[in-house]
Design a protein around this ligand. Structure first.
Ligand SMILES: *[C@@H]1O[C@H](CO)[C@@H](O)[C@H](O)[C@H]1NC(C)=O
Ligand SMILES: *[C@@H]1O[C@H](CO)[C@@H](O)[C@H](O)[C@H]1NC(C)=O
Length: 700
C-alpha cells in the first residue's frame, strides 16, 4: 500500500478512509482513470488504462523519496471507493415559482437545494442527493414544489367593511381596502383611522400575514383650535374631525411659536400642538404733550427699540434738555413715559429807566410779547422809546432787553428866514419830523420835511431859505413869461413879449442876479414895447438885400453898388429904436474897385521876384499907399472886389507885411468865390509863363 499523504497529510488520509468505509458497492459501472497523488503512483501494470469495470482493483507504490505509511491503504477498488466513481447525476430541473441552488456540480454524492420565489413557500424536502440506486447514479428523491403563501382572511372591523369580502383565499400580495359605514343625517360620520388599505405579506416566508392592523371606523372629534391672540386663517369649520387641518395666524404685534398648521389626529388631539402667539412688540409709544416722536419707522417695536421724543419749538423737558429716550423692555413695556415738554421761559426783563406796559404776567414763556417804554427823557438807543420784545424759542428776549439811556435831541432847526411849519414832537428827540417853510421874499432850497436821526442829526439835511428877486417889472403893451411864478430865485429868467405889431425895444430876457452876492436884482431894465418904423433906405446907384417893404425895429439890410461904383460906408445897416438906420446908410461913389466895404479874399504867394496877391479892399488900399503895386485887374466882373496884384521884387518887405495879415483877408469866402480862386490860379500860371518869357528876353 502506497504512503498516501504521509505525515503532513494525516487528516486528508483519515477523510479518505472515511469515504472508503462509506462507499457503496456499485453495479457494472465503469470507473475512469484512478486519481493521482503527489507521494504515490500507480503500479506500472495499471498505468495508461482509462476505464475500469466494477470491482476492479488498482495498486499504488510510493514515489521516490516517500516511505509507506503502514496505516494507509495502497489499493482502490472501482465502485467501492468514491474517488474512483465520478459519473454525475442528471440535471434535476427547477420547481415552478422556485429555483435550484447549485452547490458545485451534480457529481456522485453531491447535494443540491431548492428555494421558492418571494411569496411562495416550499413543500417537500429542500435538498436532494446524487447517489447510487440499483447500481445507477441518480437523485435520491423528487424535487420540492413551491406554493403561494396564503393569508388568513382580513380582519372584520366595526362600523366598516372591506373590499373582496366574498373572497376566501388571500395570497401573498393581495390587498383589501376598508371604508366606514355612512351615518344618518345629523350624526357624526365615522372617520377611518389608520390606512385604508392593507396587503398580504410574510415575515417567515411560510405563513402570510397582513402588513398592518386593519383601520378603525370611529367617531373622532378634535376640540375647537383656539389660539390666544391669534386666529384660524384657513380650514375653519364648525366641528373638526379626523385629518382636518387648520392654519393659524397671530394678531398684530404677536409672533407665532410653533407650527402654523395643525391636523386633527385619531386620538382627538391636534398635531403638531396648537401654536402659541407670543407678544413681540411694545404698544405704540405713549403720546407726550408738546413733543413729537422723532424718526418713527414702522409700528412694530421689538425689545430694545429706542424711541426719541423731541420737544416742539420753544419747549423743553428740563432746562437745556429737549430730547428724551425710552426703550422697549423685555416684558414689552416701555421703560417710562416722558414728562410733558414745558414752554421755555424768558427771564423777567429788568428795565432801567423804563417800565413794562400791560405787565400782567409774572412769568414769560416762549411766544409771549412784552412792550416796554422808557421813562420820559430816556430812550432806547436807535429804537425810540418804546419797544416790543418777544420771548424766543431759546429763552431769550428778541430783541434783547435794551437799556433806556437819556434821550438824544437834534439841534433846533434854525434856518435863517425860515419857520417851522409842522413838527411831530416839539422836543426834537430822535424820530421827530419837522417841516420847514421860508419867509416871504425867500425860497426854500432842499427837502422841506426832515427827521431827527439816531445820531442826533437831521436827515435829509435841513433846507435853507434863499432870497428871491422881486417880481419882474410889468410893461405896457407887453408881458413877461414869469406871470405864474411866485418866486424868482437867483438865476430865474423871464422873457418879455410885445403885443402884435409892436417892437420889443431892449433885451427880451432878464434874469435874477446879484452884483454884491447879497442883494438880488434883475439883470437889466425891462424892454419897451412901442411902434418903431424906419424909413425905406435908399442908396443911389446901389442895391439893397433882402428886398422888403417895411422896416421895423431890428431889421438889417445889406447894400451893394452898381458896376463902376464903390461903396462908401458900411455895407449893412439896421433899423434901431430911434427909427433911424445905424450905422448911417452908405453911398455909392464912382471909382476903381473899392466898391465893396466887406472883406474879400486874399491869396498871397511869395516869389523871388516879388509876390502875387489877390485880395480885398483893405489890402489894395495898403498897397496903394506903398504906391508900387502893379495892377493886373479884377478877376471877374461878377466879383469886382477880387483882383490880382503883382508886386515887384524890390517890394519884398511889403509882401511879407501882407503875409502877416493874411488871415485878415481870408474871412468869409463864399463857396461861389472858389470859382474865382480857380481863375486866379489860372492867371497866376499865366504870369509864371510871362515871367519865363521875360527872363529869356533879358538873357537873349
Ligand atoms: C465535483 O465537486 C467536487 C467537490 O468540489 C470535486 O472534487 C469534483 O472534482 C467535481 N467533479 C467534477 C466532474 O467537476
Ligand atoms: C416657545 O414656547 C415654548 C413653550 O412655551 C418656550 O419654551 C419657548 O421658549 C418658546 N420659544 C420662543 C422662541 O419664544
Amino acid at each position: 500500500m502506497p504512503a498516501l499523504e504521509l505525515g503532513r497529510q494525516r487528516d486528508r488520509t483519515a477523510v479518505l478512509g472515511l469515504f472508503l468505509a462509506a462507499a457503496l458497492v456499485a453495479v457494472q459501472s465503469v470507473c475512469n482513470a484512478p486519481p493521482r497523488f503527489p507521494s504515490a503512483e500507480l503500479k506500472e501494470e495499471y498505468q495508461g488504462i482509462t476505464s475500469f469495470s466494477y470491482n476492479s482493483k488498482v495498486e499504488y507504490v510510493c514515489r521516490p523519496g516517500y516511505i509507506r505509511n503502514v496505516n494507509a491503504r495502497s489499493t482502490l477498488i472501482c465502485g467501492r471507493h468514491k474517488t474512483l466513481s465520478s459519473k454525475p447525476c442528471a440535471y434535476p430541473g427547477e420547481p415552478d415559482n422556485g429555483r435550484l441552488v447549485v452547490a458545485e456540480n451534480f457529481s456522485f454524492g453531491s447535494t443540491v437545494s431548492f428555494t421558492c420565489n418571494t411569496g411562495y413557500r416550499l413543500v417537500g424536502n429542500p435538498q436532494i442527493q446524487c447517489m447510487l440506486k440499483n447500481g445507477v447514479v441518480t437523485w435520491d428523491r423528487d424535487i420540492p414544489i413551491c406554493e403561494p403563501i396564503p393569508c388568513l382572511p382580513p380582519p372584520k372591523i366595526a362600523n366598516g367593511e372591506h373590499s373582496d369580502a366574498d373572497k376566501e383565499l388571500f395570497e401573498y400580495g393581495a390587498s383589501v381596502t376598508y371604508w366606514c359605514h355612512t351615518v344618518r343625517r345629523g350624526e357624526t360620520p365615522f372617520s377611518l383611522v389608520g390606512d385604508a388599505s392593507i396587503f398580504c405579506t410574510t415575515t417567515d416566508n411560510i405563513n402570510g400575514v397582513w402588513n398592518k392592523p386593519a383601520p378603525e371606523c370611529k367617531v373622532v372629534n378634535c376640540e375647537y383650535p383656539s389660539v390666544k391672540n391669534g386666529k384660524v386663517l384657513s380650514g375653519y369649520r364648525h366641528t373638526y374631525a379626523y385629518r382636518d387641518t387648520v392654519m393659524f395666524d397671530c394678531n398684530f404685534r404677536y409672533t407665532m411659536n410653533g407650527s402654523e398648521t395643525s391636523t386633527c389626529k385619531e386620538n382627538g388631539l391636534w398635531d403638531p400642538p396648537l401654536p402659541l402667539c407670543q407678544l413681540s412688540s411694545c404698544d405704540d409709544p405713549p403720546d407726550v404733550r408738546n413733543a413729537f416722536k422723532a424718526k418713527l419707522a414702522g409700528n412694530l417695536f421689538p425689545v430694545d427699540t429706542i424711541i426719541t421724543y423731541e420737544c416742539k419749538e420753544g419747549h423743553q423737558f428740563s432746562p437745556g434738555e429737549n430730547t428724551w429716550h425710552i426703550k422697549c423692555l423685555p416684558g414689552f413695556t416701555w421703560s417710562e413715559t416722558p414728562q410733558p415738554c414745558e414752554r421755555i421761559h424768558c427771564p423777567n426783563p429788568d428795565v432801567k429807566n423804563g417800565k413794562l406796559l400791560n405787565a400782567l404776567r409774572e412769568n414769560y414763556a416762549y411766544g409771549d410779547t412784552l412792550e416796554i417804554t422808557c421813562n420820559d427823557g430816556y430812550a432806547f438807543k436807535g429804537h425810540g422809546n418804546s419797544i416790543v420784545l418777544q420771548c424766543s424759542s431759546d429763552g431769550r428776549w428778541d430783541p434783547e432787553v435794551l437799556e433806556c439811556t437819556p434821550e438824544r435831541h437834534c439841534p433846533r432847526p434854525d434856518t435863517a428866514h425860515g419857520t417851522e411849519v409842522y413838527n411831530s414832537r416839539n422836543d426834537y428827540t430822535v424820530g421827530t419830523q419837522v417841516r420847514l417853510g421860508c419867509d416871504t421874499g425867500y425860497v426854500l432850497r432842499g427837502q422841506d420835511l426832515t427827521e431827527c436821526q439816531a445820531d442826533a442829526s437831521w436827515a435829509p439835511p435841513l433846507p435853507f431859505c434863499d432870497k428871491v428877486c422881486d417880481p419882474p417889472p410889468q410893461i405896457t403893451n407887453g408881458q413877461h413869461s414869469g406871470l405864474r411864478t411866485e418866486k424868482f430865485p437867483y438865476g430865474a429868467e423871464v422873457t418879455y413879449s410885445c403885443a402884435e405889431g409892436l417892437s420889443l425895444i431892449g433885451d427880451a430876457s432878464i434874469y435874477c442876479t446879484s452884483d454884491d452876492g447879497v442883494n438880488l436884482a434883475w439883470s437889466g431894465p425891462a424892454p419897451e414895447c412901442r411902434v418903431v418904423r424906419c424909413p425905406k433906405p435908399t442908396v443911389e446907384r446901389g442895391r439893397m438885400t433882402p428886398q422888403r417893404f417895411t422896416f421895423p425895429y431890428g431889421v438889417a439890410v445889406q447894400f451893394s453898388c452898381d458896376e463902376g461904383f464903390v461903396l462908401h460906408g458900411d455895407a449893412e445897416s439896421r433899423c434901431l429904436a430911434d427909427s433911424a438906420w445905424h450905422p448911417p446908410l452908405p453911398t455909392c461913389q464912382p471909382g476903381g474897385y473899392q466898391t465893396r466895404a466887406d472883406s474879400g479874399i486874399a491869396l498871397v504867394q511869395l516869389h523871388e521876384w516879388g509876390c502875387f496877391v489877390t485880395g480885398g479892399l483893405g489890402l489894395t488900399e495898403g498897397l496903394r499907399q506903398e504906391g508900387d503895386a502893379q495892377h493886373v485887374g479884377p478877376c471877374s466882373s461878377l466879383m469886382p472886389s477880387v483882383f490880382v496884384l503883382v508886386l515887384l521884387k524890390k517890394k519884398r518887405d511889403t509882401c511879407e507885411k501882407i503875409l502877416q495879415n493874411r488871415e485878415a483877408f481870408q474871412c468869409g469866402v463864399p463857396l461861389t468865390e472858389l470859382k474865382t480862386l480857380l481863375e486866379v490860379q489860372k492867371l497866376y500860371l499865366e504870369i509864371q509863363k510871362l515871367e519865363r518869357d521875360l527872363r529869356s528876353t533879358t538873357n537873349g
